[in-house]
Design a protein around this ligand. Sequence first.
Ligand code: A5P
Length: 227
Amino acid sequence: MSKDIEKEKQLAAKEAVKFINDYRVVGLGTGSTADYAIREIGDMVKNGLNIQAVPTSNKTKLLAQSFNIPLVDINTVDSIDITIDGADAFTEDLILIKGGGGALLKEKVVASIAKEVIIIVDSSKKASLAGKFKVPVEVIPFASRYVLNQIHLINGIGNIRLSGDQPFITEHCNFIVDVDFGRIDDLDFLSYKLNSIEGIVAHGLFIKLASKVIMGENDSTVAFKVK
Ligand code: A5P
């Protein structure tokens, strides 16, 4: 049976929004799966749900506004109750790779502030070996050559992401470097090393941030929680 990936994304989104309650500050993720959740939240707001939302990208902000979801400036709140976001890959111990859409910086800030981080994915995102994925890294353009050299020293091959024949530019006017580390055995150490390189603003390894991953699989959902 061929999988209906869009249906799986939608099922995961429908399940995740059940965790949103009234009077909460809600983070809104970025990407095609998060978009399904935003649509659901839009319906809930229409039916009386009273929340304030923090979008993780301009694209998400516009979508939320189109559904009249009330937005709040992140710097006016001390915490976010729950955020719902997608991922490019996840492992069963809830390590995520994010940044395929280039919105990882705000996504990581929101996930760090949020008390509950629910990740919604289709079944193609489940990874048995985290190491086979490229890790997106947001880099200030001024430091890009230095960062590529430093990444090389820790056995990564980095390429500046392109949009056409020009570098892809993030909302924060930075580059994304997609890094192939081959097989990664110690993700914690890699995260630490990347955080130590000046010029890297954020990287797409999300470790100990997700509270739960809800994966759509065929006609139902499976939840993976912190053990
Ligand atoms: C955005 O920068 C990413 O972190 C997304 O969350 C990720 O790419 C998932 O996107 P999809 O839901 O479109 O697969």
